[in-house]
Design a protein around this ligand. Structure first.
Ligand SMILES: C=C(O[C@@H]1C=C(C(=O)O)C=C[C@H]1O)C(=O)O
Length: 244
């Protein structure tokens, strides 16, 4: 087995992608993974697409990622006002893709600038991702939430890719070997979702909300996201992707 340094989020949604290699994995939040990749501490990571686009990292494993085609369930804005009136948001400090997704939705599609504020300031809503979002929904079933995967799909007609296996620009291992390992791992993991899930709710999440395939439509979703990030000047220019 190759000994590459593989970084992954500790969230339920990523478990099928690391099934059987859990002990080899280095865990971190999306923000931490992108920092580790930048510092050359990982060879490959399930990196938030938002971070990869900002850093212009462009070598990705083809065919898989953390994807939603419509509602994602675990990336939510908990609003205190209707979406179009939201101006200040408390963000989940672990997130990179979803924070940028929220900015794109509000700035590009609603023409509204938003300000991200810290936990101790009042805000018009807050953003949660991953297991924290799932737990919040469980414990506050009466609170309305806005599902950012669903909003993106309604606005663009496209899936949204939250994370991709992203190669370090200075990784030590052969990209093909890493791809082979992670592709086999994903195949086993997808068939093991019934074992991974602790209850029917988790199984439903892993089989109906989170998708793992990245094909042409998903790549169009990434291009559309990039185009909008350029529009709001978070990224200065487009660049090509290399799918290993
Ligand atoms: C869909 C999700 O995707 C995650 C969201 C990310 C982000 O917002 O930066 C990064 C990685 C993904 O694991 C989720 O965790 O709920």
């Amino acid at each position: 087995m190759i000994n590459a340094r593989i970084g992954c989020v500790p969230y339920l949604n990523a478990r099928p992608l690391i099934y059987g290699i859990e002990k080899q994995v280095i865990y971190g939040s999306p923000v931490e993974l992108s920092l580790m990749l930048k510092k050359g501490e990982l060879d490959v990571a399930l990196c938030p697409v938002g971070a990869s686009l900002i850093e212009k990292w462009s070598f990705f494993i083809d065919g898989m990622g953390i994807v939603a085609d419509g509602d994602v369930y675990s990336v939510i804005l908990v609003p205190k006002k209707p979406l179009e009136l939201i101006r200040t948001v408390t963000i989940d400090p672990e997130s990179r893709s979803s924070v940028l997704l929220l900015r794109v939705i509000l700035e590009c599609f609603y023409g509204k600038k938003i300000r991200f504020v810290s936990y101790d300031e009042p805000a018009d809503g807050f953003l949660l991702i991953g297991d924290k979002a799932i737990n919040y929904r469980k414990s506050h079933p009466e609170h309305p939430v806005i599902d950012l995967g669903g909003v993106w799909k309604k606005l663009t007609g496209l899936p949204f890719v939250f994370a991709l296996w992203t190669f370090s620009p200075v990784g030590k291992w052969s990209r093909e070997e890493i791809k082979e390992l992670l592709t086999k791992t994903k195949e086993k993991g997808l068939s093991a979702r019934e074992k991974i899930a602790l209850d029917s709710h988790q199984l439903h999440y892993l089989t109906h909300y989170i998708r793992y395939e990245v094909g042409e439509k998903e790549k169009m979703g990434i291009e559309e996201f990039l185009k909008n990030l350029i529009k709001i000047e978070i990224i200065d220019r487009s660049f090509p992707f290399y799918w290993v």
